[in-house]
Design a protein around this ligand. Sequence first.
Ligand code: NOJ
Length: 460
Amino acid sequence: MPRSQTHPLHRHETLRFPKDFLWGAATSSHQVEGWNEHNDWWEWEKRVGSIARGERSGRSADHYHHYEHDFDLAKQLNLGAYRLSLEWSRLEPHKNGWDRHEVEHYQNVLCALKARGFKVMLTLMHFTLPQWVAEEGGWENLATVKYFERYAEFAVKNFGPYVDFWVTVNEPLIAVTLGYLRGRWPPGKKSLLGAFQTFLNLTRAHKRVYHLIHQLLDKEKRSAVMKIMGVGGKRGAVCVVRPPRQVQVGVAHNIVSVSAYRKHSLVDSLFARLSDFLWNHLFISMTRRTHDFLGVNYYFHQRLKREKGKFFRSLVDVYREETRETSDIGWEIFPQGISEALLDLSAEYPKIPIYITENGIATVNDDKRSRFIVSYIKEIYHAIQAGVDVRGYFYWSLIDNFEWEKGFSPRFGLIEIDYKTLRRRVRPAARVYAAIAKENGLPHELLRFIGHGVAPTEFL
Ligand code: NOJ
């Protein structure tokens, strides 16, 4: 084959990503800000046994006061996009009681991102609810959809021009499963009916807020909204805010790559199909035509087999190959899963662009993190080559954070947090990721290291 026709993988070239591909990182309010005292998680953490080692989110990484420094570090890592969430309970700590001071805080945060040239992806609901909403029944209560709409409208009116991508809800199915079926997250229920109502209300919330954001911000209508907004900036910080040409709204969906444990077993295959439908397609198909992009949070690969008498467990349980490498919290490292999931999604929804809104690993071993990043990004490259319209990748997470019921020990960050001193340290894997972002692709050198089992950090 003439050299020009060989695949870049066989040549010593960088595997280039499409022009304008976004390289980013993500965080969520409750996991990094500290002192989110008015939400349901804060209450939940007080319960004995709810969080590993009895930890509480407390001050967390104190990102609330360190955001400028954190964004500087993200910039130094050549990142061009950032995903964060608003903490509803800060903005509306009491019913109808909006906190102007917190509005100003988030305007400063968003301005700080814009001043550094980041594309901003803003999540409205990343698992936490104001305690007053939880006390009125949380997502099981239809009224919560109304409250959520009101909050979304408030957010659009106060933060609209800073935002390039809106994520209505983060991982709706995880919220349903852990909060209402397994009882491991607030409100700690094990109720099929509760799970069903929650699921329905989350689909309603997404659909209504999708239309609301478009109504308020689509070009022809938005001048009225924009006029009433002052574009803020702390201590005279300049942020040039040019509202995005097109408003883009979606969800960040937890996508699982599912296969049958016993390839030739019809029962296992049926279970895998059903599980795939429930995890990956049900929410999107019930909210059809309200996704300008598909946000993919990718962490899991599952091989399913049916166990007699355990219908539900069989649908969701993971059967791991013992020899495979895992993260520090036992999650299997299976890079091919991400390209399989992407191909599958794009076959189903060929016209909707995809952003990887989260992908990352909890580990204290940075060689492992580096290999993880390179090998998953390589799989995304393959999916793009196969025609999947992937437009961005957000590593989870920019900084170490509070990993819900697992507390602080899982270390997902590109940047390490010393929780005693709050000192930030850029991890070696972050530099590997920074090289990828700078090149807008995977330099061949990095791939060679992976192939030979050498730590990619030696590439630096
Ligand atoms: C997805 C969730 O959105 C995020 O909050 C969490 O920390 C990561 N998964 C890792 O579990």
